[in-house]
Design a protein around this ligand. Structure first.
Ligand code: 5AD
Ligand code: SF4
Length: 470
C-alpha cells in the first residue's frame, strides 16, 4: 500500500524527469472480458483527458463501456480536489455506489486529484471500506496491473505516489470526439498560488518533449481531426523545466505549422504570458483568437496574498496588448470572491477590472479553503452571506458583458466547427466559433465534423443561434 502525503508532494526534488513508453502486459488482455465499466469524471479538461486514457486502458483489458454506472461491473471515479463541492459530489457518488455494492458484486475505484490527498484516502479507508482500488495522478498508467491485482487476488489496492514519476508516453487513448482532441503538453504546476491544491495533487511541472507533442498532433491531422487543444495547468511556463531554450511561443508556432485547422491552449497564467506568444498567436490564422486568462482578483492586496505575482495594472496592460495585437480576440477568465481578507474595496477593484476587460465569459467561484495550502491557514473573515452577495453581483456583471459581446455577432457570418447535435435534440446542430462561442445551428447533418460558415440570426447570453449558409 502506498499512501499520499501532501508535505512530501510540496518538496520539489531536483531529480531529472525521464521519459518512458507505456508498456501493456499482454497477459492482461482478457481480464475484463464479459465485464462492463463506467468512468465518472469530475473537474477540468486534464481530468477529462486522463479519463480518455483510463477508458482506452480498460478496453485493452477487454472491458466494454456501460451505459450507466448502475449497470456497470467496474466503476471508476476520476475526482477533482479544487473546491469543497467537488469533494462532496465524489463522496455522494461513493455513497450511491456503496448501496449498489450491497446487492451486486462491483469493483469500485477512485483516482484523480482527491486520491492524492491523504485526508481523503484516510476517510475512504475508514468510512468507505468497500472501495477496491485507489490510484493517483502520477501512476495512471499502472491501472491495468493494479486492477489485475484487485481482480486476481481479490484484495484492495492503494497506490498513490507523492513524488511525481517519469513522463509516460503513448498511454492508449479513447478520444471522446472524432474532430476535437486534447493533447497534454505538460504535467503539474510550480506556481503555488496560495489557495490552490493543484501543485500538490499534480506535482511539479514536467514538460513533454516538443517532438512527442508535434508527432501526436501530426498524427491527429492525418486522422482527420480539426481541432487540438494543448493542455497544461500553466501552459505559458511550458519548456522551462526542459532547459532547451524552447518555450510556449516556439511550441505554438511548431504546432501551428502541422496544419491543424484549429489550435487552442489552456490554461494561461498572466505572469508567464510573453510578447512572443502574443505575436505568434496573432501571426497564425489557425491559432484561435481566444484566450482564457485567469484574473482571480483585481485587488493588488489580494493578488499578493494569493501569490499571483502580477498586479491589477500589469494584468490590464497585458489584456491591452492582447486586444491590440490579436484582432477580435475573445477573452475569458476565472475569478475567486471572498478570499481571506477581501474587503468591499478589494472586491470593487475586481469589478473595475471586469468593467475594463469586458470578458466574453467567466468562471466565478467562492473561495474554498483546501487543507494543506497556505491560504487555508489565513483568517477567513468574510461572512458567507457577503461572499454570496459578491458572487451574485459579479455574475450579473459578467452576464451583462457576455450578452453585449454576443450582440456584436448578430447578422455576422462566422466559422463554426460542427460537432454534432445540440442537447435540445430537435435536429439542431451545435458547434463553436473560433472565439469559443457556442452556436446552435440549423443545417444538414452532413456538416458534422466540418468547419462551415454560419450566419448568426439570434443572440443569447450564453449562446448564439444561426444557420449554415451555402
Ligand atoms: N477556491 C475557489 N476557487 C478555486 N480555484 C482554484 N482553487 C480554488 C479554491 N481553493 C479556481 C481558480 C482557478 C480555477 C480552476 O478554480 O479560479 O483558476
Ligand atoms: Fe483539474 Fe485541478 Fe481539479 Fe485536479 S484539482 S481535477 S487539476 S481542476
Amino acid at each position: 500500500m502506498k499512501m499520499p502525503n501532501l508535505n512530501e508532494a510540496h518538496k520539489r526534488s531536483n531529480i531529472c524527469v525521464s521519459f518512458e513508453e507505456f508498456n501493456f502486459d499482454n497477459n492482461l488482455k482478457n481480464i475484463g472480458n464479459g465485464k462492463s465499466y463506467f468512468v465518472k469524471t469530475y473537474g477540468c479538461q486534464m481530468n477529462e483527458h486522463d479519463s480518455e486514457n483510463i477508458c482506452a486502458m480498460l478496453e485493452e483489458m477487454g472491458f466494454k463501456k456501460a451505459e450507466d454506472y448502475e449497470v456497470a461491473d467496474l466503476v471508476i471515479l476520476n475526482t477533482c480536489a479544487i473546491r469543497e463541492n467537488a469533494h462532496n459530489k465524489a463522496f455522494g457518488m461513493l455513497g450511491r455506489l456503496g448501496h449498489i455494492k450491497e446487492s451486486k458484486n462491483i469493483i469500485i475505484g477512485i483516482c484523480g486529484c482527491m486520491a492524492q490527498e491523504e485526508s481523503v484516502v484516510e476517510e475512504i479507508m475508514n468510512k468507505y471500506k468497500y472501495v477496491d482500488l485507489i490510484f493517483g495522478t502520477h501512476n495512471l498508467h499502472r491501472l491495468p496491473e493494479l486492477l489485475n491485482n484487485v481482480i486476481s487476488n481479490n484484495k484492495k489496492e492503494i497506490e498513490v505516489l507523492s513524488i511525481e514519476g517519469n513522463i509516460v508516453e503513448n498511454i492508449p487513448v479513447k478520444r471522446e470526439s472524432k474532430y476535437k482532441a486534447w493533447v497534454n503538453i505538460m504535467y503539474g504546476c510550480d506556481k503555488f498560488c496560495t489557495y490552490c491544491i493543484v501543485p500538490y495533487t499534480r506535482g511539479k511541472q514536467r514538460s513533454r518533449m516538443p517532438k512527442s507533442i508535434i508527432y501526436e498532433v501530426e498524427k491527429l491531422v492525418k486522422d482527420g481531426y480539426q481541432e487540438v487543444t494543448l493542455l497544461g495547468q500553466n501552459v505559458n511556463a511550458y519548456g522551462r523545466d526542459l532547459k532547451m531554450d524552447y518555450d510556449m511561443a516556439n511550441l505554438l508556432e511548431d504546432v501551428a505549422k502541422t496544419g491543424i485547422n484549429r489550435l487552442r491552449f489552456v490554461t494561461s497564467h498572466p505572469w508567464d504570458f510573453n510578447d512572443r506568444m502574443i505575436e505568434v498567436i496573432g501571426k497564425y490564422d489557425n491559432i484561435m483568437p481566444y484566450i482564457h486568462l485567469p484574473l482571480q482578483s483585481g485587488s493588488d492586496k489580494i493578488l499578493k496574498l494569493m501569490g499571483r505575482r502580477y498586479t491589477k495594472e500589469s494584468y490590464l496592460e497585458l489584456v491591452d496588448k492582447i486586444k491590440t495585437k490579436i484582432p477580435n480576440c475573445a477573452l475569458t477568465t476565472d475569478i475567486i470572491v471572498g478570499f481571506p481578507g477581501e474587503t468591499e474595496e478589494d472586491f470593487n477593484e475586481t469589478i473595475d477590472v471586469v468593467n475594463k476587460c469586458k470578458y466574453d465569459s467567466a468562471f466565478t467561484f467562492i473561495y474554498s479553503p483546501r487543507i494543506g495550502t497556505p491560504a487555508a491557514k489565513m483568517k477567513d473573515d468574510v461572512p458567507l452571506s457577503e461572499k454570496e452577495s459578491r458572487l451574485y453581483k459579479l455574475n450579473d456583471l459578467i452576464n451583462k458583458y457576455s450578452k453585449e459581446n454576443n450582440d456584436s455577432y448578430l447578422g455576422k457570418i462566422v466559422k463554426v466547427l460542427i460537432e454534432g447535435y445540440s442537447e435540445k435534440n430537435n435536429g439542431t446542430l451545435m458547434g463553436y466559433t473560433d472565439t469559443m462561442k457556442l452556436v446552435n445551428v440549423q443545417g444538414d447533418e452532413k456538416n458534422i465534423g466540418k468547419i462551415v460558415d454560419v450566419k448568426i440570426d439570434e443572440v443569447k447570453t450564453w449562446s448564439l443561434d444561426g444557420s449554415i449558409i451555402k
